[in-house]
Design a protein around this ligand. Structure first.
Ligand code: GAP
Length: 529
């Protein structure tokens, strides 16, 4: 057998496989489709379900310091005012006056190898830029376009009833922070995780599902103590310069170490679900690219056929979000920290004054308001603060696409009659494969064998996603499963009736072995845990 791998040369190959085998369809296809919206077919929705389950297990169920939330898509519009989305969640857009094509201004510039210019009032195109569709230079000035989808709550379409489909799941976590804190028996440091649909009216949806208008996010807000609180409690703040062991969280970690810890956790998870380390890039945003409130942000990127692009962003956002909701809602977002209160109680007046001075000096050096620094220090000395946050924010659809790209391979193999043929195979890790095991009765006209095979299928189906296929030659049945990425095929034959063993065929090696149902279950268990 000669192996010759090739990941999809173009996205077209993958898009067509996704449609042909029921992974992803264009939304509303029978009416000509709707740009930026995609439906997941029978296999696609199993793939997405496995992604979500794996994320939830890793981020919530297997941790004692993270709890879940499932909030509504439409929330009070004041949330988007506080978060900055109502005023600032916009992309610059330009129109070609000749052919009426619409572009995202930064992407149009990128296609010319140029950068969009920033001006006092917004943005400007460099003079060389022209329409990539018709070549005209007659383009509108870039103007900001808010990406939130607007709707109306109730029967009257008036401004007072306007609301938005959430553009991210994260804000609900901040808005419900107090309720979760008070009901979950967690204390800082701890996290709240949420997954669900988000909506962005992207100017230029593209690259299949990569940039869609409706998509799913998996987000964690992990709340930590401000470094100054750690310093008061532990007398020191561990930083990356200390080369800390990142395997277990420690209570002397500052934000920098927590941030790096989450980058490592997330990278390990991507590798564990089958994306090779060599296909992943950890992109540390330079200071100039950071949002004004962010202290650091790392993009985890994947080498897609259309370029290296973001799967997830991991941002250290300071106390920006909770402070915004504290100010806008008028509801306090501070937490009381018993350990901090105890540490502060042990300080004399001189130590308190020295601490306040240190905080004020540091803030002043960073160009921040000294008055606010004094208020912050005074609050800390009372045992209170607004928690800071580390936010790993991932997309389900982008990951599904990355897994599909990564899994795709074409191989030259020897066919039934010795002729070389091309085998298309999706090499998903078993933990994400839409179908875990396919069960075939060798023949369908032997009632005893058929019934026995059905029994095995039923037993496996209780735990795993299984596929029953009784038609065609066994070789053809294997190929059909290869093309949808099923890791294992089981054939029930006459020997099964005698000794209980069946043939297990491995998708990747194409090797076969005989084993019992119990041994098979044990093997599958180890691969899906
Ligand atoms: N709360 C932070 C946040 O939403 P983001 O970088 O805008 O950050 C996080 O989005 C992730 O959501 C991205 O890394 C990506 O995986 C996914 N995502 C964002 N916009 C998307 C889109 N238009 N289509 C598909 N996925 C998208």
């Amino acid at each position: 057998m000669e192996h010759k791998d090739s990941s999809p040369q173009t996205m077209d190959t993958l898009v067509s496989l996704c449609k042909r085998r029921g992974f992803i369809f264009q939304s509303s296809e029978i009416y000509g489709g709707i740009n930026g919206f995609w439906d997941y077919g029978p296999l696609g929705c199993e793939l997405k379900r496995n992604i979500r389950d794996s994320w939830w297990r890793a981020m919530v169920r297997r941790r004692e310091d993270v709890v879940g939330l499932d909030a509504t898509i439409i929330m009070h519009p004041a949330i988007w005012k506080a978060s900055g989305h109502a005023d600032g969640f916009a992309d610059p857009m330009v129109d070609c006056k000749a052919c009426r094509h619409r572009f995202r201004a930064d992407q149009l510039c990128e296609e010319h190898g140029l950068a969009l210019l920033r001006t006092a009032g917004g943005f400007a195109l460099p003079p060389e830029v022209k329409c990539t569709h018709c070549g005209s230079k007659d383009l509108t000035e870039p103007r900001a376009f808010n990406l939130m989808f607007k709707t109306y709550v109730g029967p009257v379409e008036e401004e007072g009833a306007a609301a938005y489909l959430r553009p991210e799941t994260a804000q609900a976590i901040f808005a419900q922070f107090r309720n979760v804190l008070e009901t979950s028996r967690q204390s800082v440091p701890f996290g709240v995780a949420q997954m669900g649909k988000s909506f962005r009216n992207e100017i230029n949806p593209r690259n299949f599902t990569f940039r869609s208008r409706e998509f799913e996010q998996m987000e964690l807000e992990f709340f930590i103590r401000p470094d100054e609180a750690v310093e008061l409690i532990r007398g020191r703040v561990a930083s990356l310069a200390d080369k800390p062991d990142l395997s277990q969280p420690q209570d002397d970690w500052g934000w920098e170490v927590w941030h790096k810890y989450w980058v490592e956790q997330r990278m390990a998870w991507y590798r564990a679900i089958g994306l090779p380390a060599a296909s992943l890039v950890e992109y540390w945003q330079p200071k100039a690219e950071l949002a004004h409130y962010a202290r650091a942000c790392v993009d985890i990127q994947y080498a897609f056929p259309f370029g290296v692009q973001e799967l997830e962003g991991i941002a250290a956002r300071g106390d920006f979000d909770l402070t915004q909701h504290h100010k806008h809602s008028g509801k306090p977002m501070e937490v009381f920290d018993e350990q901090l209160k105890l540490a502060a109680a042990g300080m004399d007046a001189a130590a308190r004054a020295a601490f306040t001075q240190r905080v004020t000096d540091t803030w002043s050096r960073d160009g921040r308001d000294p008055e606010a620094a004094r208020a912050f220090a005074a609050l800390l000395l009372e045992g209170k603060y607004i928690p800071h946050v580390i936010e790993p924010s991932a997309g389900v659809d982008r990951l599904a696409l990355a897994l599909l790209c990564n899994a795709y391979a074409e191989e030259q193999v020897a066919g039934d009659k010795g002729k070389t043929e091309t085998r298309t195979v999706l090499r998903f890790y078993p933990s994400v494969a839409p179908v875990m095991v396919a069960v075939f009765p060798l023949v369908k006209n032997k009632p005893e064998l058929y019934k026995h095979a059905r029994g095995i299928f039923d037993a496996l189906q209780r735990r795993w996603c299984c596929f029953w296929d009784e038609s065609g030659a066994i070789g053809r049945r294997y190929r059909r499963q290869d093309e949808i990425g099923t890791p294992f095929c089981v054939t029930v034959d006459f020997q099964t009736l005698e000794d209980g063993t069946m043939t297990l065929r491995d998708r990747d090696s194409m090797q076969q072995e005989r084993l019992t149902l119990e041994a098979l279950k044990e093997r599958l268990d180890g691969l899906t845990a």
